[in-house]
Design a protein around this ligand. Structure first.
Ligand SMILES: Nc1ncnc2c1ncn2[C@@H]1O[C@H](COP(=O)(O)OP(=O)(O)OP(=O)(O)O)[C@@H](O)[C@H]1O
Length: 225
């Protein structure tokens, strides 16, 4: 059996809304093996982004536990200990690559410099960054700044940044959400190809059923709340 790289058990998260707390994630459990992909689908507001934020420690759950690689995070009363906060930061640096809805590139750096920065923050020596831009189909734009390329090209560069850090897990929030159908398919093709090559696990929040159906697993948050 493949090794589990990401798991959640009885994970719950709510947000205050006036007097009440609206529970967005309700006792959710899943496991994901190395190299597998999982789509997170559900209505707008069902908690897809919240779940991704929990899985990389940017939000703290109210209850439940999360296992990333070999590290277990048990949550009690929605409070992360200073040690857990530190562990999460290290995981985001080296183990979990995160691609948000808006491609998170530094505007004053070229696409190549952005990839180089991400790789060096993860502790990799300079050298292979062009490879990742080429793999994602934006090698020709390597020396351009983010505002000199299209949204689809920025999204590919953001994925190249993540793969250049050699993550065990990639979390992508609507990686093709802002793209036209043809560009979305091209970016998705590249994404799955590189994910297969690298063997990293992929969790992707998406509204796109066609994209979700290409993943090994599908987690449906339904109506949410
Ligand atoms: N920091 C926050 N404080 C209060 N409520 C929040 C916060 N973050 C998210 N929510 C609420 O939690 C619910 C889930 O939001 P989330 O962004 O996770 O949904 P989503 O499924 O990703 O939506 P979309 O598909 O529109 O991106 C929403 O009702 C949202 O308003």
């Amino acid at each position: 059996m493949s090794e589990t790289v990401l798991a959640a058990a009885a994970l719950s998260k709510g947000f205050r809304s006036g007097e009440d707390t609206v529970r967005v994630i309700d006792r959710l459990s899943f496991t994901l093996s190395a190299g597998q992909s999982m789509a997170v689908i559900g209505r707008s507001g069902s908690g897809k982004s919240t779940l991704l934020n929990l899985l990389c420690g940017l939000e703290t759950a109210d209850a439940g536990d999360i296992t990333v690689a070999d590290q277990n995070f048990e949550v009690k009363q929605g409070v992360a200990s200073p040690a857990a906060t530190c562990q999460w930061a290290l995981l985001r640096k080296r183990t979990i690559g995160v691609v948000f809805q808006e491609a998170n590139l530094m505007p004053a750096m070229t696409l190549l410099e952005n990839v180089q920065l991400r790789a060096s923050l993860a502790g990799h020596r300079a050298g292979g960054e062009m490879h990742w831009l080429e793999q994602l189909g934006v090698g020709a734009e390597a020396h351009r700044f983010p505002d000199q390329v299209s949204g689809g090209q920025r999204q590919r560069a953001a994925l190249a940044m993540v793969f250049a850090m050699h993550p065990e897990i990639t979390l992508a929030d609507e990686p093709t959400g802002s793209l036209d159908r043809q560009t979305a398919e091209e970016v998705a093709d590249r994404l799955f190809e590189v994910q297969r090559q690298t063997g990293c696990a992929l969790v992707m929040a998406t509204h796109d059923q066609a994209l979700a159906s290409r993943c090994d697993h599908c987690l449906d948050l339904g109506e949410g709340g």
